[in-house]
Structures are given as C-alpha cells and as structure tokens.
Design a protein around this ligand. Structure first.
Ligand SMILES: O=P(O)(O)O[C@H]1O[C@H](CO)[C@@H](O)[C@H]1O
Ligand SMILES: Nc1nc2[nH]cnc2c(=O)[nH]1
Length: 288
C-alpha cells in the first residue's frame, strides 16, 4: 500500500495519542519547549539538566533517525527554569519516510504540552554573502516539496490533527525572531547571524550548480533537506515556532569553483559551532 493511503496514515491521530501516552508514563513533568536538533547539532541536548533519555525505537509509531550525527533519542530535562524536550536527531524524507511520518515527533511534543518549538537543521548557503558557520534565522520558506505535491499535511482528512487548509505566511513567529536576535546581540555573535528564506528539498543528493542557480533565482538564501515540513506541521497543530539553520557549506553556484560536499563535513561544522549554538538556544529559551 502506498504511503498516501496506508492505514498508518489513516490512524495518525490515534498513533500520536499512543506515543504521547507512552511518553507521559516515562516523563514526570509537562514540557513547555521543544527542540529538534539537526545534523551535527545534537549537542544542544547537552544543555538539559537531569536528563532522561528515551530511544526513538522504544516509542510507539515513532520514525527512527537513520543518518550519522543523529543520535535518535528523546532527551527531556530542565533548561533555564523550563522543562524541555529535545529530539536528538530526526527522520528525513530521504530516509524513506513520507513527510507525515517524519513529522510525528512534532505532533507528539504538542500532545505532551509544548507551546514553543525550536527547529534546527544543517543547510547549504545559496546566498553568496553567507559564510560557513553562519546561523540563519528563518523568516520565510519556499516549500518546494509542498508546491510540487508532497506536503506533510496533505490527505490527512482529520480535523483533530489540524485544519485541511493552512496559512503559513505567519509561520515564523516575529516575537521568537526578536528573542533570537536579542540573544545574538547579548552573546556578541550578530556578525554570524543572518535572517532569510529557507527551502527544503527531498535529497539525498546535494545540489548541482544548475540547481543552486535555480534556487538563487527563486530567492532563497539556503537549502536543506528538513525543517520546513516540521514548521508546517507545528503550525498545523498550533505551536509557536522558531526555526534556525547552521550553514555547513556553500551551495555550488559556479562550475569553476565547485567543491564536493560531504555529510562528514556537515557534521564537522556542527561540532565546531556546538558551543555557540548551545549558548544561543539557552539564551532563547531563557527569554520565551
Ligand atoms: O536536515 P538535517 O537533519 O540537519 O540533516 C542534513 O544533513 C544531511 C546532509 O549532510 C541531510 O540529512 C540534511 O537534511
Ligand atoms: N539540500 C541540502 N541540504 C544540506 N544540508 C547540509 N548541506 C546541505 C546542502 O548543501 N544542500
């Protein structure tokens, strides 16, 4: 049976509730903030005090992360007077999961009680003024997958999950962006913090020169293989969202200076920026 009509998809609401019930039995408090860690960004979870770890495989109906640099576990704990839940890694479309399944953790975190979600990922810069190591605060997206018929909310037909049609022009919460920018100022890192538009592609190929040039023409600043579907689902279930990306490589806009991109180097940039990213997240959570 195809991913669009599977009984798993028809029972998505019930499956989310089963995962929520399982986690409620294992977690003592209600989390109010959720965080999704992208490739090489799993160390964000190290900021949680008195952590409890639950592997994705243990949680009913959870998609399992399959990529290196994605630990594949839930971490819950205290973060700046908040009780937070962190997804240390994610499942991707290119891992073979449909988007409605990749985004189950977002619905489960909402079911557990979070109101605010911080979504992170690794991206290639399309804006030639960006640099490797920059942090991109997302203020808008180009949903290439959705525009071409692959949305995480298509065909759900269940009002309990969210509305059939969704406005996402307000997806990137202006207050959260303000908090993130203020945090960057306090940390003295405004020189590496950008604000721009993200697009998500299916992957797993990194983009060709022609593809990067097309994305530049379309007006995006960075390209990744995640984040946007999670933002859409977070808004579908009523969460307030902050999305930011780590620029781990430059997109190849020129055949002459074309450089090979590897997943290992993506993870390496994440590791090198981990201290800054941890402070950035801590500062944001303190002020929301
Ligand atoms: O989107 P995150 O999880 O950061 O992972 C990114 O890193 C991998 C490429 O190196 C891809 O999976 C891409 O999506
Ligand atoms: N699509 C895409 N995803 C990425 N994740 C990290 N770097 C890249 C990139 O260059 N392209």
């Amino acid at each position: 049976m195809c991913s669009h009509c599977s009984s798993e998809k028809q029972n998505l609401y019930e499956h989310v509730q089963e995962a929520v019930a399982f986690l409620k039995n294992n977690i003592s408090k209600v989390p109010t903030v959720g965080i999704i860690c992208g490739s090489g960004l799993g160390s964000i979870a190290d900021t949680l005090i008195n952590p409890i770890f639950i592997r994705y495989e243990e949680v009913p109906h959870f998609p399992v992360a399959k990529v290196d640099g994605h630990e594949g576990r839930i971490v819950v704990g205290e973060l700046n007077r908040r009780f937070a839940i962190c997804m240390q890694g994610r499942a991707h479309y290119h891992d073979g999961y449909p988007l409605w399944k990749c985004t189950i953790p977002v619905r489960v975190m909402q079911g557990l009680g979070i109101t605010h979600l911080i979504i992170t990922n690794a991206v290639g810069a399309i804006n030639p003024n960006y640099e490797v190591g920059d942090i991109l605060i997302v203020k808008d997206h180009l949903d290439l997958m959705g525009l071409t018929g692959t949305s995480p909310i298509s065909g759900l037909d269940d009002d309990r999950l969210g509305p059939k049609f969704l406005t996402v022009t307000d997806a990137y919460d202006k207050e959260m962006i303000k908090v993130a920018k203020l945090t960057a100022e306090k940390l003295g890192i405004t020189d590496i913090v950008r604000e721009g538009a993200l697009t998500c592609v299916g992957g797993p190929c990194f983009e060709t020169v022609t593809e990067c040039r097309m994305l530049r023409l379309l007006g995006v600043d960075a390209v990744g293989m995640s984040n946007v579907p999670e933002v859409i689902v977070a808004r579908h279930c009523g969460l307030t969202v902050l999305s930011f990306c780590l620029v781990t490589n430059m997109g190849n806009l020129d055949h002459e200076s074309c450089e090979a991109i590897s997943h290992a180097s993506v993870i390496d940039v994440g590791a090198r920026r981990s201290e800054v990213i941890k402070k950035f997240v801590e500062g944001i959570v303190q002020n929301i």
